[in-house]
Ligand binder design. Structure first.
Ligand code: FM0
Length: 334
């Protein structure tokens, strides 16, 4: 029996990953750049044992469906072959989120799982190798290996992973406020949404050209610690990503009327002189990037429009961490 445990934090892309050039390998069409956050994380322990007859996947103590377990099994199959371990596994994953608002993230989940496997099977992977492995579970997970800013370089199978973006710890001056929007509509998953967009959106070529330029701009903003430049390109990049969905066939959007109200609110606060910028992912929630020194004033302004339960404050988080095991179960020997 081999056991390992790890914690990974979620990350939010400032330059979005939107579209794959290889669906099976999860190779992206464009580089992306993210900030890892402290408010949401996953802790996963995995046990590989001789007497297991199948993989079993428990999330927050509840055994998951055959379909959900199948996805995890496919990921584990790859690891089993890489680590030369034939054993089935039991996975116990816990999401730590401040509210029950559906903020669980595949990024922290798959990064934590990759980390737990690395521990249990004594794979001794470097951060780049861990990032590459996590990528094959969920693209955005490759960025959660690192704290602070990370850039996922599209590469080829062997070279597609994220790297730390040097920032002189500037991320510790930044905050992100989540505005949780309840949406009744059925969501299009990011996986389905990006596929439909790549295949059908007449705006997709424009997205790729713009994302490459935005990446150059944001790296300069980080090097210069220029918050206005960072925020402006973050907001503009998210708008361009969301623009592509409107030109897909059939068209779709992740925006709800409440999302638009939140975006408007952020622009209004900015016009009042408090620097803040929004971004959005494959769902209706709006995330507000600001400087720590302004976070209270911006929270106060947002509270005039949203309930305290809708607002979650986050700061920069750390990278993937191996966790000690509760009892003395051996790792696989090399
Ligand atoms: O995070 O199909 O990683 O860069 O969040 O599992 O590779 O869930 F807004 C969308 C995340 C996409 C932007 O996609 O997809 C970003 C998004 P997978 P993910």
């Amino acid at each position: 029996m081999y056991k390992g445990k790890a914690r990974a934090y979620t990350n939010i892309a400032l330059i979005k990953y939107w579209g794959k050039k290889d669906e099976a390998l999860i190779l992206p069409m464009n580089n992306s750049l993210s900030l890892t956050l402290d408010a949401f994380y996953t802790e996963t322990s995995i046990t590989f044992a001789e007497d297991f007859a199948e993989d079993r996947f428990f999330l927050d103590g509840i055994e998951q469906s055959a379909a959900a377990t199948k996805k995890i099994s496919a990921f584990l199959d790859m690891i089993r072959s890489e680590a030369d371990c034939p054993l089935y596994a039991s996975i116990d994953s816990r999401n730590f989120v401040p509210t029950a608002a559906g903020l669980a993230s595949s990024a922290s989940g798959l990064a934590a799982l990759a980390g737990a496997c690395n521990e249990a099977l004594n794979m001794q992977l470097s951060v780049e190798e861990l990032s590459r492995l996590a990528r094959k579970g969920s693209g955005s997970a490759c960025r959660s290996i690192y704290g602070g800013f990370a850039e996922w370089q599209q590469g080829t199978d062997d070279t597609s992973y994220a790297l730390q973006v040097a920032s002189d710890d500037w991320e510790n001056d930044l905050s992100m406020i989540f505005i949780l929007i309840n949406d009744q509509e059925k969501e299009v998953s990011s996986r389905d949404g990006m596929r439909r967009t790549v295949e059908t959106s007449s705006f997709y070529d424009g997205w790729l050209t713009a994302a490459a330029k935005d990446l150059v701009t944001i790296k300069q903003a980080i090097a210069d610690k220029d918050f206005a430049a960072l925020g402006a390109v973050t907001e503009a990049n998210a708008l361009k990503m969301h623009g592509t969905t409107l030109a897909a066939q059939p068209p779709f959007t992740y925006w709800s009327p409440e999302s638009l109200r939140a975006m408007d609110c952020v622009r209004h606060i900015r016009q009042q002189g408090l620097p803040c910028y929004f971004t959005m992912d494959a769902g209706p929630n709006v995330k507000v990037l600001c400087q720590k020194r302004d976070e209270q004033a911006i929270l106060d302004a947002l509270q005039a429009n949203f309930t305290p339960e809708q607002l979650v404050l986050a700061h920069a988080g750390s990278g993937l961490t191996a966790l000690p095991l509760e009892n003395d179960v051996p790792k696989m020997s090399k």
